[in-house]
Design a protein. Structure first.
Length: 615
């Protein structure tokens, strides 16, 4: 009776531990989410770059304007109208957008957790989601904000990855339950992804296509459903695209509606854009050899750190106390190592090897799928692991040789980082256990490294966010900006609010539509920015013709160094004809800081008033 009683006691203890973690994990993630939301409140957006468009465009849509006809965009139509919907329901202000994005983010974390639990375990999914919340969700690692899920540089990027995870969740449910309703949902959400950004759709398509094909190729797959699975998913994916096209056709010619529905797709392979320094540097093709070497060095360091630990764990004697002691020492040593090297430049390259790791993960998961494809449960899981690794790899194509956590990495490198955490916390320890080793020894070091990684990046984020001390905007539109640009922006904004009429039209060149939104002054132009990329996409003649045909009452010339795109200054190195026309037809009525758009200028805003305009 004693052995049976002991086994029953072990079962009860195991059940108790499972119940504890089922309650503890949601509480932990919710506390981390609430803590980061509170800590970072008001520090998310950038005062000049990008995010003003994310506020101005939906505001204009609520005023009856139409996307692509009255307000131009080079992305798909989904996100601006979603944000306009939030404004219609909850009020036109920054707080509305931030809270709605926080609610979407909470749903996203829930979906992400269940997906990661399926490819790993409950523990590894919890650790990965904690990494996401603390590292990717709210933080920033550069002077320019916008690289977070609350106030992103482009909602299309955030909505794209959220919908991608939603489509993968539906695919997972289809694999688990073999219900065509989940497959239809997967296809429909994939169609919504198409209406955001091309890189999101290509990654989602690669992941879903691979997972579906592997699922149908398994010997255990239902032959009755196989002939209709792919056509059903494709048909459902077409529905959102055709709906968007049809709705746009009610307000503009079919050719313009088609261009709007396609969003950025026509520019995807435009060499004039892809060859700009901004995109080459982001992808790493500006210095390919150096970046490949950096990837190799980063991979080498991961091997140097984790391979000895894995070998030691495999050879560890079967003594529980010894294993737990070594695991604790490994955790402490890893954490101390991270904190001791927290200022090392290598931490900014921690994501460099991710493309290599995702390629290897996809190949290994594919091999396991082939070996287990006669087992429905294992085959589905390995098929999904393969598809997730390919999805993560595809997401990094825009930074394939220069993968970073900072800036665009908050979206592009995030899926691969999640899978890397799953590998460290679940996949590698599982293999060590199969080989008779001590998985908890590897767990200790892995958790120490992940914990150190979190602390280091939270400290970096704290450094940048602590700089933002100057309030900008008022009421529900208030946020914090840095004290360097902030005073100039604030005084220029106050001048616009006090010296112009609400009916006056204002344009900002080359960038700064945040002025329009905060002052609630519309632009007479459909184009919101005048960067070198805009001149490539839309053409200088088109932009200049619109400026002449619909001249705004006021133009704010904002100092902006655009050398990341090649030409340095608007009016000096590009857009000379438009700048000359502005100088001929407008006069300066206010200057804040130094004269903008000249060599040697640190910061300045010049407000230009149209000649002949009264008041």
């Amino acid at each position: 009776m004693a052995p049976e009683s002991s086994r029953n006691s072990d079962v009860v203890k195991a059940a108790g531990r499972n119940r504890f973690w089922r309650l503890a994990i949601p509480v932990l993630l919710a506390a981390a989410f609430a803590g980061m939301l509170t800590w970072s409140w008001g520090a998310w957006p950038d005062a000049l770059v990008d995010f003003g468009r994310e506020l101005y465009t939906p505001w204009q849509l609520t005023q009856g304007k139409v996307l692509y006809r009255d307000v131009q965009s080079f992305y798909g139509p989904l996100s601006p109208y979603v944000n306009a919907l939030w404004f219609e329901f909850f009020g036109i202000n920054l707080r509305t957008l931030a809270l709605c994005n926080a609610a979407l983010l909470a749903v996203f974390v829930w979906l992400l957790f269940h997906i990661l639990e399926y490819v790993g375990s409950r523990m590894s999914a919890a650790v990965a989601c904690l990494v996401f919340i603390l590292i990717f969700g709210f933080s920033q690692y550069a002077g320019i904000g916008n690289y977070n899920y609350i106030c992103p540089y482009a909602h299309e990027a955030v909505h794209g990855v959220m919908l991608t995870v939603g489509s993968m969740f539906c695919l997972m449910r289809y694999q688990q339950r073999q219900s065509l309703r989940w497959l239809a949902g997967c296809g429909f959400i994939l169609g919504l992804v198409f209406l955001t950004k091309p890189e999101a759709f290509l990654a989602a398509f690669a992941g879903i296509g691979t997972g579906l094909l592997l699922q149908l190729a398994a010997p255990s797959a239902s032959r009755r459903r196989a002939p209709i699975a792919i056509p059903l998913a494709f048909a459902c994916a077409i529905i959102p695209v055709l709906t968007a096209f049809s709705l746009l056709c009610t307000t503009m010619p079919a050719s313009a509606a088609l261009r709007g529905t396609l969003g950025s797709w026509p520019f995807l392979l435009d060499h004039r854009l892809t060859s700009l320094p901004f995109f080459e540097q982001g992808m790493g093709t500006d210095h390919p050899i150096e970046n490949i070497v950096a990837m190799a060095i980063g991979t080498y360091w991961y091997i140097i750190i984790f391979l000895p630990v894995a070998i030691a764990a495999i050879g560890m004697p079967q003594r529980k106390v010894l294993r737990m002691t070594v695991a604790g020492l490994g955790l402490a040593a890893a954490a101390i190592f991270c904190l001791a090297t927290r200022k090392a430049p290598a931490w900014f390259d921690v994501a460099r090897p991710l493309p290599i790791f995702m390629t290897g993960s996809a190949l290994i998961a594919g091999i396991f799928w082939r070996k287990t494809r006669c087992d429905p449960q294992l085959a589905s899981r390995h098929a999904f692991q393969t598809s997730m690794a390919l999805l993560a790899l595809m997401y990094m194509t825009k930074m394939i040789l220069n993968a970073q956590i900072a800036q665009y990495g908050f979206v592009l490198a995030m899926p691969a980082t999640m899978l890397a955490v799953i590998a460290l916390i679940d996949w590698i320890p599982s293999w060590i256990q199969k080989w008779g080793g001590a998985p908890n020894v590897f767990h200790g070091s892995a958790l120490g490294m992940v914990g150190g990684f979190i602390v280091i990046y939270v400290l970096i984020a704290h450094g940048w966010m602590s700089i933002k001390t100057l309030p900008l905007g008022s009421g529900a539109d208030a946020f914090r900006t840095d004290p360097y640009r902030g005073p100039y922006i604030k005084r220029t904004l106050e001048w616009i609010e006090h010296s112009t009429q609400p009916s006056d039209t204002v344009a900002v060149a080359p960038e700064g539509v945040m002025f329009n939104y905060l002052a609630r002054r519309s632009s007479s132009l459909t184009h919101l920015t005048f960067l070198p990329s805009d001149f490539i996409m839309f053409g200088e003649d088109h932009l200049s013709d619109e400026m002449r045909a619909k001249p705004p009452d006021y133009i704010v010339l904002a100092h902006r160094d655009t050398s990341e795109y090649g030409p340095q200054y608007f009016g000096q190195d590009y857009g000379q004809a438009m700048y000359a026309w502005i100088q001929e037809n407008y006069r300066q009525v206010h200057l804040e800081g130094q004269p903008p758009l000249h060599d040697g200028t640190l910061l300045g805003f010049a407000v230009m008033k149209r000649n002949g305009l009264g008041r």
